[in-house]
Design a protein around this ligand. Structure first.
Ligand SMILES: NC(=O)c1ccc[n+]([C@@H]2O[C@H](COP(=O)([O-])OP(=O)(O)OC[C@H]3O[C@@H](n4cnc5c(N)ncnc54)[C@H](OP(=O)(O)O)[C@@H]3O)[C@@H](O)[C@H]2O)c1
Length: 345
């Protein structure tokens, strides 16, 4: 599918989970440059970067890789896929500073979960580019595939299933997404375009999915186990009900995401009484777990962009969020214990 007119894409964070997946899938349709941490480049040079798509053997990512400090205008990217974790501000500032004199500034694609990446990126662009920040099209992506690290065939891989499904839409800048639409199409990525006005709704809809399993995770159990235990399942449902109240009060709404009838799910969660939902908790737990390919919640270190977002949105909308705050506190305690354990062990 590649030709001399290939789209040039830089993937920042190409050694990570989502970065490696995007780099591998997009390389079928574009000229992809992977950007990795300086400390990792030597090991990657020796071991390579590997992916395993469900039902397939591990495959090596064969693209040009450079370390973060080597990024410059010379590659002339048309699109920068930033696949680092939240917060995005520091990385956006770092990379756009390096290419601020490019005649045509590349479109910035942000695939982070949460509600803040677009705004943080815009602020960072304004800091380093001034007036020219307006020239950068900022696009938000809600990725629906869970991507995990695993060991397969003696190699460290990132694993995911196909097709890659996502929703995307313009957060700021020019409205035309022809370049990205054609990139996704050529890479066989199932991408649903969301009109700019509904991009905040796309983000809250994706966050709804991210919140499922956080209560279980805060108790240190898998989502499936959590839904089996009545007291944890109760917290899972109450967390979502509270979130729906906040979203409504904030004047936002849910939209359907590719393959996920989220509007209906949110409606049912909102209207059905807790006692009724609890009757189906085991079934619901196993359906969600299966839909995620039995993969457990990663990225709980981004809790400030999961439950933390709901607390902030609730404050702005004047809705109390005691359930989110409880989960947030418990996860922070778990993370602290883990960090202390790492330091002393
Ligand atoms: N994993 C999923 O299933 C999934 C699905 C949908 C959305 N997301 C979202 O996608 C985002 C990324 O998640 P992830 O799971 O891909 O995280 P990840 O596996 O930790 O990957 C991020 C990678 O970016 C690297 N990185 C950080 N700053 C960098 C910089 N300035 N230059 C170059 N590389 C840099 C990290 O290196 P260090 O580790 O050294 O910092 C890491 O290798 C998160 O916001 C997450 O919520 C994840």
């Amino acid at each position: 599918m590649k030709d001399n007119n290939s789209i040039r894409v830089a993937v920042v964070g190409a050694a990570g989970r989502t970065g490696r997946m995007f780099a591998f899938e997009l390389a079928k349709a574009a000229d992809v440059l992977g950007i990795v941490r300086k400390e990792e480049i030597e090991t990657i040079g020796k071991q390579g970067l590997w992916v395993r798509r469900e039902g397939e053997e591990p495959r090596q990512l064969r693209i040009k890789l450079i370390s973060e400090d080597r990024f410059s205008c010379s590659f002339l990217p048309q699109v920068v896929f930033l696949t680092t974790k939240n917060p995005v501000g520091p990385a956006v500032g770092y990379y756009y500073q390096k290419i601020k004199n490019m005649e045509k500034l590349p479109c910035l694609v942000l695939s982070q979960n949460g509600l803040s990446a677009g705004k943080e990126a815009k602020e960072a662009l304004e800091r380093v580019l001034g007036e020219r920040a307006k020239e950068v099209q900022v696009v938000r992506v809600s990725l629906l595939n869970p991507v995990e690290r695993e060991k397969a065939g003696g190699r460290q891989c990132v694993a995911y299933f196909l097709p890659v499904r996502l929703a995307f839409g313009v957060f700021s800048g020019k409205k035309d997404v022809g370049l990205l639409s054609s990139l996704f199409k050529r890479a066989s990525i199932r991408a649903k375009e969301i009109e700019p006005a509904r991009v905040p709704d796309m983000e809250v809809s994706k966050l709804f999915l991210n919140l499922i399993g956080m209560a279980s995770s805060s108790w240190g159990v898998s989502l499936k186990k959590g839904f089996e235990e009545k007291r944890i399942a109760e917290e899972e449902f109450l967390c979502l009900k509270e979130y729906i109240r906040v979203v409504k009060a904030a004047g936002r709404g849910f939209i359907n995401l590719p393959g996920i009838p989220l509007k209906l799910l949110a409606f049912l969660l909102d209207k059905l009484p807790l006692s009724f939902l609890l009757l189906f908790r085991k079934k619901i737990g196993s359906i969600v777990s299966r839909a995620r390919g039995e993969k457990e919640k990663g990225n709980i270190d981004e809790i400030d962009y999961y439950q933390g977002e709901v607390v902030r949105l609730g404050k702005r909308a004047g809705i109390p969020t005691p359930i989110q705050e409880r989960i947030l506190k418990r996860i922070r305690q778990r993370l602290n214990r883990f960090r202390v354990g790492c330091r002393s062990g």
